[in-house]
Design a protein around this ligand. Structure first.
Ligand SMILES: Cc1cc2nc3c(=O)[nH]c(=O)nc-3n(C[C@H](O)[C@H](O)[C@H](O)COP(=O)(O)OP(=O)(O)OC[C@H]3O[C@@H](n4cnc5c(N)ncnc54)[C@H](O)[C@@H]3O)c2cc1C
Length: 383
């Protein structure tokens, strides 16, 4: 039975509180893929949030996705990142998959039995993921894909992968195709996971596809339409989603630091709390302002995307950079206020500080986004 969007938001709140948050430190330290969290998110219907109703999903969109991911990011950022990449993959299949592909994949996603992800990044083009160097080749009647992907979230854990590549015979770097490849495919190999600074449990690893045979009906969209799909479908989901996860981390860090300064008391001044010191109050106020203004910008971005506002693209580019910077500033300040307890890895603040670093590195990185934003503001073509 399809659950309503409202039910799913309530279920997300319950799972965040009862399952994800209590295990977040342990999951981080063990660097273990959060399989049980993903299983429960699947059972609750949350993995099918973006799947259209006719395939058994909730038929929700970017506004609900942002709400879900922010709360999830507050509870366990590794789980939120796995879910975000799954949402991006599912959104591409729903928007560009053939009728047969959608019928074979989306009901399983809606039931929470199928996890997907994006495999875009390559060492050859780094953060410029929209210009892969891999290429699909036509040989005889078949299409063969050789691609060396890097930093893939849920590598080896997801059931399928949305893979970017230059189209067969491409004459330019942005003539792309996207293919959906199943994990069991012959010629598909997952490398050793990275030991990332943050998001330690998201199973980030390189992946190799060597001469993998793909069929035309695995392609998401018409031949050569991959770049357009990245811009129209992936970018809004990914940018808003990363921003939401960042703000979730920032919220958790703000709350942990606030709780710490209230509970930390000094015997040498008769039990007065850190929270009684004006400079501490000032720092907490600055964190609150940072958080609230970034959250307001996220709401405005979501509103503009929903209204198909012509300026939405500017905010889609801007929001990930803004939220990533807010998360970095708040988590860093929270570490300072957390003092020896935070430095000694008690209370989760140090995990949040490490998790907050990922968003500014994930492509498009904060600096690249600012280059894009500057170009949009000045009317200079992006590419
Ligand atoms: C936690 C995490 C999860 C990820 N998950 C996925 C995933 O699921 N799927 C996927 O495909 N990829 C994923 N990635 C990869 C990510 O999106 C980037 O592609 C990758 O981190 C790029 O690393 P790089 O060292 O090659 O970057 P580089 O391209 O070498 O960039 C290094 C630095 O140079 C700067 N730089 C580059 N060009 C410019 C410019 N024009 N102007 C200013 N500065 C510039 C960048 O800002 C960056 O700071 C993930 C990364 C992380 C950290």
């Amino acid at each position: 039975m399809t659950r309503s969007k409202q039910d799913l938001l309530a279920e997300n709140e319950r799972l965040a509180k009862e399952l994800l948050a209590p295990r977040a430190d342990e999951t981080d330290r063990a660097r273990s893929f959060p399989r049980q969290n993903i299983r429960e998110l699947g059972r609750s219907g949350l993995l099918g949030l973006l799947v259209p109703i006719e395939y058994g999903g909730a038929g929700a969109g970017i506004p609900e996705m942002a709400q879900v991911l922010e709360r999830m990011g507050e509870a366990c950022a590794s789980t939120a990142m796995v879910t975000l990449m799954h949402y991006c993959g599912a959104a591409v299949v729903a928007a560009r998959g053939s009728a047969a592909l959608k019928q074979s994949l989306l009901p399983g996603v809606a039931r929470g039995e199928h996890l997907t992800t994006l495999a875009f990044s390559e060492a050859g083009s780094g953060g410029h993921f929209y210009m892969p160097v891999s290429e699909v080749k036509r040989n005889g009647g078949g299409l063969y894909l050789t691609a060396h992907k890097t930093f893939v979230t849920s590598a080896g854990e997801a059931d399928s992968y949305v893979i970017s590549t230059r189209r067969a015979g491409a004459s330019g770097p942005t003539e792309l195709d996207l293919y959906l490849v199943q994990r069991e495919t012959k010629g598909f190999e997952v490398g050793r996971p990275f030991e990332g600074l943050g998001l330690a449990a998201n199973a980030s690893a390189p992946m190799k596809l060597e001469n993998v045979r793909v069929r035309d009906d695995q392609r998401l969209g018409s031949e050569g339409s991959g770049f357009q799909t990245m811009m129209e479908v992936v970018l809004p989901h990914f940018q808003v989603g990363v921003a939401a996860v960042s703000l979730g981390i920032a919220t958790a860090a703000f709350q942990a630091a606030s709780a710490h300064v209230v509970s930390r008391k000094y015997e040498h001044v008769g039990g007065a709390a850190l929270a009684a010191i004006p400079r501490v109050q000032f720092l907490v106020a600055e964190m609150a302002l940072e958080l609230r203004s970034a959250r307001a910008y996220l709401s405005e971005t979501v509103r503009r995307v929903g209204a198909a506002d012509p300026e939405a693209m500017l905010d889609v580019l801007g929001i990930k950079a803004r939220a990533a910077e807010a998360a970095l500033a708040i988590a860093s300040r929270a570490m300072t206020l957390g003092g020896g307890a935070a430095y000694g890895r008690r209370g989760g603040l140090e995990r949040m500080f490490r998790d907050a670093q990922a968003a500014s590195v994930m492509a498009p990185s904060t600096d690249v986004l600012k280059e894009f934003l500057g170009k949009v503001c000045l009317g200079v073509p992006l590419f």
